[in-house]
Design a protein around this ligand. Structure first.
Ligand SMILES: [Zn+2]
Ligand SMILES: [Zn+2]
Ligand SMILES: [Zn+2]
Length: 473
């Protein structure tokens, strides 16, 4: 067996209203890799086309352009050669129409080329042929159907394979399947750079409190010779004990939303009514809306909640503009209002704490960033599953912030906690886990490197490195 094999852990079954499902064929424990799967097809997003390698999806500054289509970019000749089988027909198609079509069309086209070349089964362990997956076309609204029609039109201008012809119904069906694609991140998991279709993963149903998590492993790209790099794949990993015969689930939405909001998102984006235990029993909704222990009046809670809602929108707008001084100022103002009114697990408090610690880290106000990150982690810990990857990443950020603030011992404590979660959710071979291993052994350079990766996400604010302070401190 190679690492790309699905392996003997799963079985397809009829999950009733939910259609297909996957279940465990043996008992699994936290951190077990249930299966790993290479993408059937994947493409880089339009906006990332010149920023990441189209073969390994690494984000880097020195990329070489395909001289023929002038659209695809690669790390080096090895990446280009590795990708040529996939790119060959695409390269000719792009040259034919001059401007490359959008990522959806490019992905559908790659899927169709592969179906003709390799049939719809990419590996021996793929449980269902790609074109037998669900398309959800019957659930699409008017706008989506219009967009679909446009995409299908672009597809026919773009795609060709000898004299092969397809009906627009069949191609619409393929677009429906492609919309189940998984966003793909760069090598550190920090930024979404593309989308890929993973057929077995498409068969795993949703639960807001899932027993598995899916992570992208960009493979080992650290070898000097890129011919030795291992392939990009997803891994489905068990978050806790799973018994034989139990259905495997992942969550399509972040748990940190009220059950009504999660249900709405799932209905809008994935077209089903969530009937999971956490939604039906509204588990933890009370904590996510809770008032502070000092028992403020209902009116006060209502007023502060409305104020927070408004300010969160302003904070997000400032964040989108890269104005981190404004983000920090608004966060401090909101947190001050929330003090003694909203509980530490209240979603409005947690959202502000998260944005505050990010902005203050960026502005190098590390001790305040660390304090807010610590409070955020306390709230997250009461809400998330103990092995939730988002919790692990938040604890990691708290660790880095403490480290930078010179609070080495606390920083180390967070890093160790993050490490034990990410060993389960991401596994020992993931780049993030390996980074943490370095941090745990007090190599400060690694911490600096992590932070640098982190801040590259943000465009610098025009105000310079001045540090804002909360008026209460
Ligand atoms: Zn590459
Ligand atoms: Zn090309
Ligand atoms: Zn649910």
């Amino acid at each position: 067996l190679t690492v790309s094999d699905t392996g003997p852990n799963v079985q397809l079954f009829d999950a009733g209203d939910k259609g297909h499902g996957l279940r465990a064929t043996k008992e699994l424990s936290a951190g077990d890799m249930v299966f790993s799967e290479p993408g059937f097809a994947a493409v880089v997003y339009d906006s990332m086309a010149a920023k990441v390698c189209h073969n390994c999806f690494r984000r880097q500054s020195k990329l070489h352009r395909c001289a023929q289509c002038r659209f695809a970019y690669y790390c080096d000749r090895t990446c280009q050669t590795a990708c040529w089988e996939e790119h060959k027909l695409e390269c000719a198609a792009i040259r034919k129409i001059v401007t490359a079509p959008n990522a959806n069309v490019r992905l559908a086209a790659r899927v169709m080329w592969r179906i003709h070349k390799d049939t719809g089964l990419g590996t021996d362990n793929q449980l269902v042929a790609v074109d037998k997956l669900e398309d959800h076309l019957a659930d699409l609204g008017e706008e989506d159907l219009k967009q679909l029609k446009t995409n299908v039109g672009h597809f026919f201008e773009y795609w060709s394979y000898g004299s092969k012809q397809h009906s627009s119904d069949y191609i619409s069906h393929i677009f429906g399947i492609v919309s189940n694609g998984l966003p793909l991140t760069d090598q550190r998991g920090l930024q979404k750079v593309g989308v890929g279709l993973f057929p077995n993963l498409c068969l795993v149903n949703h639960d807001c409190w899932p027993n598995c998590t899916v992570i992208l492993n960009n493979g080992n790209q650290s070898a000097l010779n890129s011919a030795l790099h291992s392939k990009r794949r997803i891994e489905l990993r068990a978050l806790g004990k799973i018994s034989e015969g139990q259905e495997l689930t992942v969550s399509y939405v972040d748990f940190l939303n009220l059950s009504t909001d999660r249900k709405k998102k799932l209905k809008d984006l994935h077209f089903f009514d969530c009937t999971c235990e956490h939604c039906t029993q509204q588990i933890k909704d009370d904590l996510m809306m809770a008032a502070a222990e000092s028992k403020p009046s209902a009116d006060k809670v209502k007023e502060v909640t409305a104020f927070s809602k408004e300010n969160v929108e302003k904070i997000e707008a400032a964040h989108a503009q890269g104005n981190f001084h404004e983000v920090a100022r608004l966060c401090c103002e909101t947190l001050e209002k929330q003090e003694n009114v909203l509980a530490d697990t209240n979603l409005y408090k947690l959202r502000v704490l998260s944005m505050a610690s990010e902005a203050l880290s960026y502005l190098r106000a590390y001790s305040e960033a660390a304090e807010y990150a610590r409070k955020m982690v306390e709230g997250y810990t009461k809400l998330y599953h103990p092995n939730n990857p988002q919790l692990g990443l938040a604890i990691m950020k708290a660790g880095v912030a403490h480290w930078h603030a010179g609070q080495i011992e606390q920083g180390h404590g967070f890093i160790c906690r993050a490490y034990s979660i990410l060993m389960i959710s991401h596994g020992p071979n993931h780049a993030i886990t390996r980074d943490l291993e370095g941090l745990g052994h007090s190599e400060e350079e690694r911490s600096v490197e992590l932070q640098a990766e982190d801040s590259r996400q943000c465009s610098p604010s025009p105000g310079g490195p001045h540090t804002p302070r909360c008026s209460t401190q």
